[in-house]
Design a protein around this ligand. Structure first.
Ligand SMILES: C[S@@+](CC[C@H](N)C(=O)[O-])C[C@H]1O[C@@H](n2cnc3c(N)ncnc32)[C@H](O)[C@@H]1O
Length: 224
């Protein structure tokens, strides 16, 4: 049977044979297998988002909003050690996020003490202009709040939106040309530009998730 990257099945040590190599991704996957609790899809999504963000944004604290297990925040630090720390923010952090972190810190001891887990909504965290705000699949309007908060702080930002609420204002006029979810993301991109941002529109592989549009933005005042 094909090994679907979109599966919500949990990776465990039974999957270790699938990741035998020395690449950073295989090492990360093996650590995730040892944790034994992370849906396969989350590994592939976090990795694909993190490596695209890191091609553009280095340094600064990583702020992972709607973080779930916080794998995205940690993958950002594993890929590129230029950020001093990361914070993973979610009002309902899964208890298994501790297992994921412990498994990653076993493989990369330099992660220890550099990841803060905050069980709170996004409003609880101050964002500064030096931060890199990331968010994978923050549902519906949460993505808009994250973009708004990042833009207010003039921070670099990357979001992979999901659960588009077709009733939100501003996207309706575009629906004669493009589907509703795409219309919403186009409006989000345009809004970020209006905030004085340079934007990048990318996509992660659709075999991981159909909600695969990645929007990245940085204030025009920051040289990339
Ligand atoms: C679809 S999950 C995505 C989790 C993770 N980022 C991932 O890609 O697997 C959306 C997450 O947003 C969190 N969430 C909901 N409301 C939130 C809020 N106001 N502030 C921060 N996180 C929130 C939920 O608890 C949930 O873990």
């Amino acid at each position: 049977m094909a090994f679907s990257h979109a599966s919500r099945g949990r990776l465990t040590d039974r999957d270790l044979d699938r990741f035998p190599g020395d690449s950073l991704f295989h090492r990360l996957a093996r650590a995730v297998c040892h944790a034994g609790c992370l849906p396969r899809k989350e590994l592939y999504e976090s990795w694909e988002v993190a490596r695209r963000v890191r091609r553009l944004f280095r340094g600064g604290r990583v702020v992972d909003l709607g973080a779930g297990h916080g794998l995205l925040a940690q993958a950002m630090l594993i890929l590129d050690d230029s950020s001093p720390s990361a914070i993973a923010v979610d009002p309902t952090l899964p208890p298994s996020s501790v297992r994921v972190h412990d498994a990653l810190a076993d493989a990369w001891p330099r992660l220890s003490g550099r990841i803060q887990f905050l069980a709170a909504p996004i409003e609880a965290v101050e964002i500064s202009a030096d931060d890199v705000v990331v968010s994978s699949h923050a549902c519906g309007a949460l993505t808009d709040h994250i973009l708004e908060r990042a833009a207010t702080a003039k921070a670099r930002v990357a979001v992979l939106p999901c659960c588009h609420n077709l009733a939100i204002a501003g996207a309706g006029e575009l629906r004669g040309w493009v589907d509703g979810a795409l219309a919403i993301d186009i409006v989000r991109a345009a809004r970020l530009k209006d905030h004085g941002y340079r934007i990048w529109t990318q996509a992660i592989p659709a075999d991981i998730t159909p909600k695969n549009r990645l929007l990245l933005g940085a204030p025009l005042t920051i040289a990339i």
